[in-house]
Design a protein around this ligand. Structure first.
Ligand code: ZN
Length: 69
């Protein structure tokens, strides 16, 4: 089973239990602070075009990547 973590709170996501996401975060305005794969605190950098966040183990996540949904 794959573990998932809330990118804003760093808490492990448990199936069946809702984990609230801050309103600004849900709109994509707030960068995630924790890696959703391992729950590590990421290095977050905010730029005029958006933001990126880096997990030392899982690499970089940026706001442009998330826009492609
Ligand atoms: Zn990670």
């Amino acid at each position: 089973m794959q573990e998932r973590y809330n990118p804003f709170t760093g808490k492990r996501i448990v199936a069946g239990i809702d984990d609230p996401v801050p309103a600004a975060a849900a709109l994509g305005l707030e960068p995630p602070r924790f890696c959703e794969h391992c729950g590590r605190r990421m290095i977050v950098q905010v730029s005029p075009e958006g933001w990126w966040a880096k997990c030392s183990r899982h690499g970089v996540l940026d706001s442009k990547t998330l826009d492609h949904r």
